[in-house]
Design a protein around this ligand. Structure first.
Ligand code: NAD
Length: 452
């Protein structure tokens, strides 16, 4: 069976890709299991060298990979370039990390006690369509560095960059079957990863609904899991904030990637005393977002990924929703959606509680610090968020009070490869990236050596 990859900015066919069926997926997992002993036996220094060579191949192809991402996902060219460079950087980071992944020597009576970090086996990585390249890299780079083999399923809508990355890995000298990319349906190839007893771990990024199914399925064979799921993150603006900067940057904290970002600051909580002033500053900032053909260097926001996603996002804006103002979109083909600012009536409105995954931000007032924290935490999610205040003590108090895994103070910090990323509550389980990520791709083995 084939799947037609459509350019979301033009609605034209990009390429038709053959999908793997269950038998193909199972055969690929068996091959990955067969090659695992060979890959884990490659010395740390040689594995690091191969990953660095892979990173250099990616670096040499940044423009090509970025152009693919513009075509298949509608990402702006500047974002897409940064995403390819992120894969390069993540590979370099974990190539460096694996030779410094130290074990312990623990004082004990009667001998010496040491720990080892052993690889897990075959890791199955399931990737969504919103950031196809970086999310793939956050899984495969540490997994391969730690000595695991990898099977990776890209999202149906966006398989092209992952396919190219696998080819670059092989060109760099990573042996066949160590890193395989298997385009296919979630319910077939993804499910095969979850069911197969030789998959030791699933790294899943996607919706909370599918994440829950994966967690339940993984229990059958006690697979390790890392889940990166949805979000409804708060951008909290206090009355002592630099309001000009907070308003100028708020659109980019939520409308980047057309809001199809699990970290999108899609709830804008504003202290009541500065609400009018903030909204006056926000309106021109939203209207200034440059929405258009994603291949142009100056474009800041592209289209939504599909007609279905546009319908889903639009379904949140029924007659009951109070739209404050919007930005503009181009005419003609493409799954465009205006950057939209809505006002919630209560904290329980659907636009306050559900992840929209489109360029819609909901504004809601608060009176004091305690209420700001309570509102931010009034969510099943806890992924990201921003806090704007010139009072550093308040900034730190609020940051410690907000139940979320990746916060920024006076910025909308993007995910960094060298710091941990992941969610509280139903935003996920585990952390990717940063100095501790290798721990989730290894098991700790303890060895006691008697000396008497
Ligand atoms: P999705 O859950 O529908 O799909 C994600 C991936 O899972 C796809 O590759 C899909 O084919 C696969 N899949 C679907 N059903 C499956 C099954 N039964 N078994 C195994 N695999 C299956 O999500 P999506 O629509 O592709 O992505 C959007 C969602 O992802 C949003 O909710 C967003 O918040 C979330 N997301 C979270 C993060 C994060 O890091 N927390 C990052 C990106 C996206």
């Amino acid at each position: 069976m084939n799947y037609d990859v459509i350019n979301p900015a033009t609605e034209q066919l990009v390429e038709s890709i053959e999908m793997n069926d269950e038998d193909c997926a199972n055969a690929a997992i068996e091959r990955a299991a067969a090659v695992y002993p060979r890959w884990r036996a490659v010395s740390h220094a040689d594995r690091a060298r191969l990953l660095r060579r892979f990173a250099e191949r990616v670096d040499a192809e940044v423009e090509n990979l970025a152009a693919l991402e513009v075509r298949e996902a509608g990402h702006t060219i500047s974002n897409a370039r940064g995403e390819a460079q992120n894969v390069r950087d993540v590979l370099h980071y974990f190539a460096g990390a694996i030779e410094r992944h130290l074990g312990d020597q623990i004082p004990v009576d009667g001998g010496i006690d040491i720990t080892f970090h052993e690889p897990l086996g075959v890791v199955g990585i399931i990737v969504p369509w919103n950031f196809p390249m970086p999310i793939a890299g956050w899984g495969f780079a540490p997994a391969l560095a730690a000595g695991n083999t990898v099977v990776l399923k890209p999202a149906e809508l966006t398989p092209l960059t992952a396919i190219r990355l696998a080819a670059l890995a092989h060109e760099a000298g990573i042996p066949p079957d160590v890193f395989q990319v298997l385009p296919g349906k979630g319910s077939i190839v993804g499910q095969a990863f979850v069911d197969h007893p030789k998959i030791a771990k699933i790294v899943f990024t996607g919706s909370s609904a599918v994440g829950k199914q994966i967690m339940a399925g993984a229990a059958n064979t006690m697979k390790r899991i890392t889940l990166e799921l949805g979000g409804k993150s708060a951008n909290i603006i206090f009355d002592d904030a630099d309001l000009e900067r907070a308003a100028a940057t708020a659109p980019y904290g939520v409308f980047d990637n057309a809001g199809q970002d699990c970290c999108a600051r899609s709830r804008l909580l504003v202290q009541r005393s500065v609400m009018d002033k903030f909204m006056t500053l926000l309106e021109p900032a939203v209207q200034g977002v440059k929405v258009g053909a994603p291949g142009y260097e100056s474009t800041e926001m592209g289209p939504l990924i599909s007609a279905q996603q546009r319908k889903r996002v639009a379904s949140f804006l029924d007659d009951s929703v109070d739209i404050a103002f919007t930005g503009t979109i181009p005419a003609g083909a493409g799954y465009w959606f205006k950057p939209t600012v809505v006002l919630a009536k209560t904290a329980q409105d659907r636009v306050m509680t559900e992840e929209i995954f489109g360029p819609v931000v909901t504004v809601f007032p608060f009176d004091d610090e305690a209420e700001a924290i309570a509102l931010a935490n009034d969510s099943i999610y806890g992924l990201s968020g921003s806090i704007w205040t010139e009072n550093i003590g308040r900034g730190l108090r609020v940051a410690r009070g907000v139940e979320a895994g990746a916060l920024s103070l006076n910025s909308h910090s993007a995910v960094r490869y060298n710091t941990p990323f992941g969610g509280f509550k139903q935003s996920g389980i585990g952390r990717e990236l940063g100095p501790h990520a290798l721990a989730s791709f290894t098991e700790t083995k303890n060895l006691f050596i008697a000396t008497s």
